[in-house]
Design a binder for this molecule. Structure first.
Ligand code: ARG
Length: 471
């Protein structure tokens, strides 16, 4: 393809370090799609003949069929997907194939293919996140009043409900979806026609190819078009944040499934046994989700480092954008599927969770709040009184709600029998009715709101799929 200036072929090692076909073969269909749009535009603008454009289009369709049937021979000597396809096109249709590369370069082609791929991948991830949110919201509704300890510093803090805890993740995954959608909107500009770096002297119509490929517009600066990988960095950033959310949930599943917490039973579908310890049941899927966050964050870091200090415009360094990205987004897709499966199987041990919620004087804040509300004691003083009551209860190895009124009044005479209505974990969660709080009735309403919203989205997607194609 570029042999004109060269007398000898590259050394084997050069071929090995230079070739990207081992991974960019995944861009084959995007490459074909881009070439078809380019050829049609070249004919429309009179840069090539209609006959040549037809021959090119037919040849590209044939190549797509060969690839689908697994009959296409990828060659490392042809370096990358762009040259593999162009070389095969020449075999199939002869001289017109040589006209396809008019007014474009592999630099804009590579940038184009990856944008197209990324747009589809983000749509897939969005659907997966939707499914995960749905699975969590269903569980949240079922467990809107299942009481568990809420933690700060991993110490018992205040009782919450399991449904409330799950909905925290529904919110996180929603923000992840917004980040991906935002990245997808911004990447939706076509670099095709930027050519090598400076644009072209041919009278091309970049708006036409942009439109044909579903982009909002062509990119505005040819140098930026071939040098920019912001769209990869943004998507990987969104992926890294999403992976962190998955990893935090995975870690909680690992902790909660162990006998020390015993909040959850692990389903057979997502755990394994040990080859030596017959009693074992290991949360492997959750552990791997936790670990894969490392790879995903690693891919983001790697590309940030590749990009840093890279002068404009294209440099071969940019070829390193792909492997890590494919690996990271494939890993994320797999983690999302595994987590959705696990979410559907979450089986909390409600009685155990509730007794755990009673540990650690988790209703101390409720007692302090009662002193403030019922006796108009300033919160700081109420905090101090409650601290002293905790000391008394602790010395007797019992919960605050098990202290007698006389024992309480010895510490604070203003306490009345009414206080017992706020002690106890049920009373505690029921009272947390502030917006966003853990009261079962709030959680039920939030879970229903999410389920309705997710269902509306599903209906919209369904409608779009069933709509007749636009003429
Ligand atoms: N395989 C290359 C990549 O992924 C395509 C662009 C090659 N351009 C070049 N001037 N060598 O970046």
């Amino acid at each position: 393809m570029w042999g004109g200036r060269f007398a000898a072929s590259p050394s084997a090692i050069m071929e090995e370090i230079n070739a990207s076909i081992g991974f960019d073969f995944r861009l084959a269909f995007q490459d074909i799609q881009g070439s078809k749009a380019h050829a049609a535009m070249l004919a429309h603008t009179g840069i090539i003949t209609r006959e040549d454009a037809h021959a090119i289009g037919d040849g590209l369709n044939e190549i797509a069929r060969e690839i689908e049937a697994g009959k296409f021979k990828f060659s490392r000597a042809l370096e990358d997907i762009h040259m593999n396809i162009e070389a095969r096109l020449a075999e199939l249709i002869g001289p017109p194939a040589g006209r396809l590369h008019t007014a474009r370069s592999r630099n804009d082609q590579a940038a184009l293919d990856l944008r197209l791929w990324m747009r589809d991948m983000i749509a897939t991830l969005d659907r997966q996140l939707h499914a995960l949110q749905s699975a969590l919201a269903v569980k949240a509704l079922a467990h809107a009043s299942t009481i568990m300890p809420g933690f700060t510093h991993l110490q018992p803090a205040q009782p919450v409900t399991f449904g409330h805890h799950l909905l925290a993740y529904v919110e996180m995954f929603w923000r992840d979806r917004l980040r991906f959608q935002d990245a997808s909107k911004r990447l939706n500009e076509s670099p095709l026609g930027a050519a090598a770096l400076a644009g072209t002297s041919f009278p091309i119509d970049r708006a036409m190819t942009a439109k044909a490929l579903g982009f909002d517009r062509p990119t505005a600066n040819s140098l930026d078009s071939v040098a920019d990988r912001d769209f990869v960095l943004e998507t990987l950033s969104a992926a890294a944040i999403c992976a962190i959310h998955l990893s935090r949930l995975a870690e909680e599943i690992v902790l909660w499934a162990g006998p020390q917490f015993a909040f959850l039973a692990l389903s057979d579908k997502f755990s394994t046994g040990s080859s030596i310890m017959p009693q074992k049941r290991n949360p492997d899927a959750a552990e791997l989700i936790r670990a894969k966050a490392g790879r995903i964050i690693g891919a983001l870091n790697a590309l940030l480092i590749v990009m840093k200090g890279l002068p404009l415009a294209y440099a071969k360094d940019l070829q390193e954008d792909k492997e890590g990205t494919f690996d990271a987004l494939d890993s994320l897709a797999l983690c999302l599927s595994a987590m959705t499966g696990m979410a559907g199987e979450l089986a909390p041990n409600a009685p155990h969770m509730k007794s755990a919620a009673r540990l650690g004087f988790a209703t101390a804040t409720d007692l302090a709040d009662w002193l403030v509300g019922a006796q108009k004691i300033p919160f700081r003083e109420a905090h101090h009184i409650t601290g002293r009551l905790v000391v008394v209860a602790e010395a007797q190895k019992k919960g605050l709600e098990k202290l007698t009124l006389a024992e309480m009044q010895k510490v604070e005479p203003r306490i009345t029998g009414e206080v017992f209505s706020v002690l106890g974990v049920e009373n505690s969660v029921r009272s947390r009715t502030s917006y966003g709080g853990t009261a079962p009735k709030n959680v039920r309403a939030q879970a229903r709101r999410w389920l309705a919203r997710l269902k509306r989205e599903r209906a919209r997607v369904q409608e779009a799929l069933e709509a007749p194609p636009k003429a």
